[in-house]
Design a protein around this ligand. Structure first.
Ligand code: FES
Length: 340
């Protein structure tokens, strides 16, 4: 039996690239060595950037590897290419265009512009790139930020868009004993210099899609969703209808409601549903943002969905969207788990 397996990588724009993967090598490593620009970041199974769907053949995880994929994602054929070794010739479908991974991550410096608490456990951190520094990102992608005075990096998706550079806005959840949280709460000051690296990730807005969009955000998962909404708003031509379902635990932990209301005025096709797990009053819905998804939200066969929040929300939203008829390949998700 051949120790080299042939792997076909099919991009969303119809391009297919073939890669020979030697025994003991991951699909990602072999593809990058062959010059195939796959989106990736950690190369160790922790960032989910390199997700692809196994369409044909068999491919298992490298011995000893542990993956961040949800069980439902694995069962649906999702694989992390940095952890996968093909057992047979295989075909993988990538949910992005063949040129999307061509941009390289860069390291840049940025100054702290402002630190504002927008909820008891959420900070809005506004940065400005240092003069002469530049980078680009797609709405939804994430950047890594090094906590000043440490070697620790944390990943955040900007709530702002590339069009707003050199300004960058991040929404950061404060965690008890969190390293970045400690910096933001006790030490951060205007004009501090932060090191950023990016962009990373395959969770980004597919801008040419005009079918209805369902966007589901839990907590600070709202950040990349706001970036996507602003990009849709600023794109010329017909805009897709967007249903945003955003939720937090209680009314006092909600944030950015004014920003959402403003966008509803600016983008007439946007409608927002705001939920809280406990203590709903007035227009707030009781429950989580998945409960707010309705049967008729996916009346269009090409409806797309973007989900960002904790793993349990992603899992529940994916199930719910499948129930109401959203095709699995049209669901894009980014889960985050707090890190201390
Ligand atoms: S590159 Fe991060 S999970 Fe594969």
């Amino acid at each position: 039996m051949s120790t080299v397996k042939n792997v076909a990588l099919r991009f969303r724009d119809g391009t297919t690239r073939s890669v020979a993967v030697p025994h003991g090598e991951s699909v990602l490593d072999a593809a990058l060595a062959a010059g195939v620009p796959l989106i990736h970041q950690c190369r160790s199974g922790s960032c989910s950037s390199c997700t692809a769907r196994l369409a044909e053949g068999q491919a298992g995880m490298r011995a000893g590897a542990s993956s961040t994929l949800l069980r439902s994602e694995y069962e649906a054929g999702e694989r992390l290419l940095c952890l996968i070794e093909p057992e047979t010739d295989c075909t993988f479908d990538l949910n992005y265009e063949s040129d999307a991974g061509a941009g390289r991550a860069v390291k840049v410096n940025a100054f702290v512009d402002s630190v504002e608490k927008v909820a008891p456990n959420v900070v809005r951190l506004t940065l400005e790139l240092a003069e002469g520094e530049t980078f680009d990102f797609k709405p939804g992608q994430f950047i890594q930020v090094r906590v000043p005075g440490t070697d620790i990096v944390r990943s955040y998706s900007p709530a702002s868009t590339a069009a707003e550079l050199p300004k960058i806005e991040l929404l950061i959840r404060l965690l008890h004993d969190g390293v970045m949280s400690g910096y933001l709460e006790h030490r951060a000051a205007r004009d501090d210099v932060l090191e950023l690296e990016g962009p990373y990730g395959s969770f980004f807005l597919r801008e040419k899609v005009r079918a209805p969009h369902i966007m589901v955000a839990g907590g600070t998962g709202l950040a990349p969703i706001l970036s996507m909404i602003d990009t849709i708003r600023n794109t010329s031509g017909r805009k897709p209808p967007v249903m945003l379902s955003f939720g937090c635990a209680t009314p006092d932990t909600l944030f950015c409601l004014d920003d959402i209301a403003l966008r509803e005025q600016w983008l007439p096709g946007l409608s927002a549903r705001i939920s809280v797990d406990r203590g709903a009053t007035g227009d707030l819905l009781s429950g989580n943002p998945v409960d707010a998804i309705r049967e008729d939200d996916a009346m269009h066969a090409d409806t797309v969905a973007y989900l960002c929040g904790p793993p349990a929300m992603i899992e529940a939203a994916t199930r719910r969207l499948a129930q109401i008829g959203v095709r699995p390949e049209n669901i894009y998700a980014e889960q985050f788990a707090p890190s201390n």
